[in-house]
Design a protein around this ligand. Structure first.
Ligand code: ZN
Length: 139
């Protein structure tokens, strides 16, 4: 078995910015020298998350609007008393969605559906530079 650890960097605008990182992950897998296995993605930071979605603009809007209903920004959060950074909602949203994703790949191709893209969702209330660890295990 081989383990190849890489990293990608993504610039985000924050505020539920959902960024399609599928191509970058596929490139990591193709260049890893590993034929089949799993790619684990992990985002460093507590106000961003990773999931999959059909990356078309209306669905991305539906997804963003859902967070406004589920974890609204305009209500009191205790966290905002701790640092005064006003991003209590960002942390709660990120914890709900989760920081990691495992994607199997076969013959260097990610086992994603045609309408299934990998997205980084930045919930913070400002623009950020994000690092995603991409760890490839296989043979
Ligand atoms: Zn915070």
């Amino acid at each position: 078995m081989t383990v190849v650890t890489g990293e990608i960097t993504v610039q985000s605008r924050g505020n539920c910015d959902a960024i399609d990182i599928t191509a970058q992950i596929a490139k990591n897998v193709q260049e890893s020298g590993v034929n089949s296995g799993i790619a684990t993605l992990f985002i460093t930071g507590s106000t961003a998350a990773i999931t999959t979605i059909e990356y078309e603009p209306n669905l991305v809007t539906d997804f963003t609007n859902m967070w406004d209903r589920l974890v609204p920004e305009g209500i009191p959060y205790e966290h905002n008393k701790t640092w005064g950074d006003g991003n209590g909602h960002s942390h709660v949203r990120a914890s709900m969605l989760g920081p990691s994703l495992v994607i199997p790949f076969v013959n260097k191709r990610l086992a994603l559906g045609t309408w299934q893209q990998v997205v980084l969702v930045d919930f913070d209330n400002r623009s950020r530079s994000r690092k995603v660890l991409v760890q490839i295990l296989g043979e």
